[in-house]
Design a binder for this molecule. Sequence first.
Ligand code: CO
Length: 593
Amino acid sequence: MVQLHEQVLRDAHQSLIATRMRTEDMLPICPDMDQVGYFSMEVWGGATFDVCIRYLNEDPWERLRKLKEALPNTPLQMLERAMNIVAYRNFPDDIVQKFIHYAHRDGVEYFRIFDALNDMRNLERPIQYVKEEGAHAQGSLSYTISPVHTVERYIDDLLTLQKMGCDSICIKDMAGLITPAKAYDIIKGSKDAGVAVPINLHTHCTSGMFGLSYMRACQAEVDILDTAISPFSGGTAQPPTESVVAALKDTPYDTGYDLDLLMKIRRHFLQVWDKYSAFHKINALRFDPSVTTHQIPGGMLSNLMFQLEQQGAGDKYDQVLAEVPRVRQDLGYPPLVTPTSQLVGIQAVMNVLFGRYKKVPTETKDYVRGMYGQPPGEISEEIYRTILGPDWQDEVVDCRPSDLLEPMFDQRKRELEEQGVLRKPEDVLTYAIYPQVGLKFLKGEAREEELTSRQEPVVRRPSFPAAYAIDVNGVTYNVEVKSADLIQVNGIPHSIKIKSQEQTEQLPDQKQEAVPAQSSGETVNVKSPMMGSIIRVNVSVGDRVKKGDLVAVLEAMKMENDVTAPASGVVKSLNVSAGKDVEAGTVIAVIET
Ligand code: CO
């Protein structure tokens, strides 16, 4: 007999509708879902936490309690990113321990714990905390393909997870890469090598191989398969629950689930699917066997498309896909799962937009330093040098990354008390994990995003005055748009008329009048390299800066990027402050050389 682990309330809607499903769409069908007899239902963790507070104005803890109330007979599962919990960076042990404690108290019985790098040092503590709670620990391995990710290595790691006390183990194939042969070899090999706890296979439909792989997994005596009720299945989500149930009927792997009941659940989610039409993406529903080469998981793929479009580089999609495997090799073959998928994907974007490793976000540097854990494969000295500089050896750490972090819970609790917004202990965790978005939510300042928001085209309205630095054949012009018909180029006013494309190209040569900024030797602009928002400004007007000094930190594509001074001099003006959204080319500061 095979059991199923239903994914519709977490991974499947995360993969297909950007995790936007509301609790109100879940609760009405829970009494029926509770009768199916699933091994468990994954309902929490992953991106659900972030999206609840960021876009839905819903308390994720509240959702969890309501779901547990509505699903008393079904073990609820959360996806727990080891030391990253439900975010993208490491937290100290006390936060991880408290999070697991309250998640368990509010309704999570099964914890699926994974680490992007399969670093056992990162998995150890969360597994221990779950065991201390008396809950079910499902140790999970990120599945990927690379020269260093062999069948033998997976079997060894699964044995280690069992030794660490896991109640079940999972092969988490987040990009739908597992072939029937690999599924069979790893599962059969593990059982033969002494893995006695149940084995769970998680996959996505992206590559189209899932049916064959699930069948071979059954033949290797897999215990649990992950599926999603059909309206939220296929494409970048999981295989359809009803189809797997029907396919295995009257075989030794029969789930024994009631297909009529599943059809009733299906009808409910068909309506829910329609409600989120603004988030449907045809590409997320197609098979994409090219995933077997670039290995980008579904969620990341749609995110990457979105980020590229935002940077005005939608046409570079294929180049970025080709760059991803190269970056991955450079970085020691990390499996592509949050947060390493984001890290590798965005580094590939930046390599294509600006040249290889010309721009390296803080997160990539931290990864190379070992702050996420041990990379699975080797990183060459050349890459270390390129990314961290000549003193790279001093920067690389070899301890468990969270050992470097101080306990945080009490401090965050005091901060919330001072703000007067602490209502329950869980709030401290919301705030500790998402300091800005969490605080905004706890203060009651979050707004529910409109369901139609994605359908509306993005219209950028010009606002005046605006400042741009425009490069023409390598010469920079400081253009200030004063009004709809007046601009200043390097301080000299010009009147403008908007003409058609053809006429614009034949405008009289104004180059002689305009004084190029860089050749003047007087002022140099510090420009935003990308669209994003300013997190911090590190200089004040009047400060003396050296070439390469940090001027501001820009968040672009969810990564932090240092914006540095292109020349030495004195900061003459600052055009942005923290929190301000900027375009590529927006002048952040002007330096007088
Ligand atoms: Co998944």
